[in-house]
Write a new protein. Structure first.
Length: 235
């Protein structure tokens, strides 16, 4: 397990909870991000689940830094016991030089896989076929944060080890901004997946731009957490 990634993640979570205007809601966000129930976290810390429930709902005053540290350590200990997927995910994003609010997941696969299999896993519909039908990794980014904060060089780093991957943009309304942003990036990924819209909502020029640059374009309206869970288990 990457101890630096764990320490950095622990510091980030504790800081967000402590400085939040609604510490309970922030704690709940991180707990659900780790797919840990209130009962499981309470059992890990040997406290009543009602204590965690009371803090998350605001029925108790904000937890002190000591309790926050225990809660964070409990989440990370549970993740490590399950194999450390969330900590490793954060470590991959961190090692690539990004913040986790920009890059939500970045993975390389052990082998190349059919693009169609990934689309099936996340309920995606292909709206433009690309020149390549296999991928060896994926990067999931918050489209708003990425487009407003990343340079063209940063966009290229989103490819990780290879452009032979799916670049997933979340929080998309029409797809115009991601497709225009990719016009300044060379080379392009094998595929682009726009998350949060149906085919009927897609910017009318998006398929033509994808075909011009040779990458597959698809859309999905799957729940964000469900999509991330599917991708973390894929292939």
């Amino acid at each position: 397990m990457d101890r630096d990634a764990r320490a950095h993640l622990a510091e980030r979570i504790a800081g967000e909870v402590t400085l939040s205007d609604d510490p309970g809601a922030t704690l709940r966000k991180w707990r659900t991000d780790f797919s840990v129930s209130q009962t499981a976290l309470a059992d890990e810390l040997d406290i009543s689940s009602s204590v965690i429930s009371d803090y998350e709902s605001g029925r108790r005053d904000s937890p002190g830094i000591g309790l926050v540290s225990r809660l964070v350590a409990g989440l990370l200990d549970i993740d490590e016991a399950r194999g450390g997927d969330r900590i490793r995910q954060y470590g991959r994003v961190l090692s690539a030089g990004f913040e986790s609010d920009v890059v939500l997941d970045l993975r390389e696969y052990a082998t190349t896989v059919p693009l169609a299999d990934l689309y099936d896993a996340v309920g995606a519909t292909e709206v433009a076929a690309g020149d390549r039908d296999r991928v060896s990794g994926h990067t999931v980014i918050n489209s708003i944060e990425a487009i407003t904060r990343l340079s063209s060089e940063d966009f290229y780093r989103l490819y990780g080890q290879s452009t032979n991957r799916v670049l997933v943009f979340t929080q998309v309304s029409r797809g115009e901004s991601p497709l225009v942003a990719l016009r300044v990036v060379n080379p392009t990924p094998n595929a682009v997946l726009l998350h949060g819209i149906d085919e009927d909502d897609l910017w009318e020029h998006a398929p033509a731009l994808a075909q011009r640059d040779g990458f597959s374009l698809a859309v999905t309206n799957q729940d964000t957490d469900a999509m991330l869970d599917e991708l973390r288990e894929f292939p």
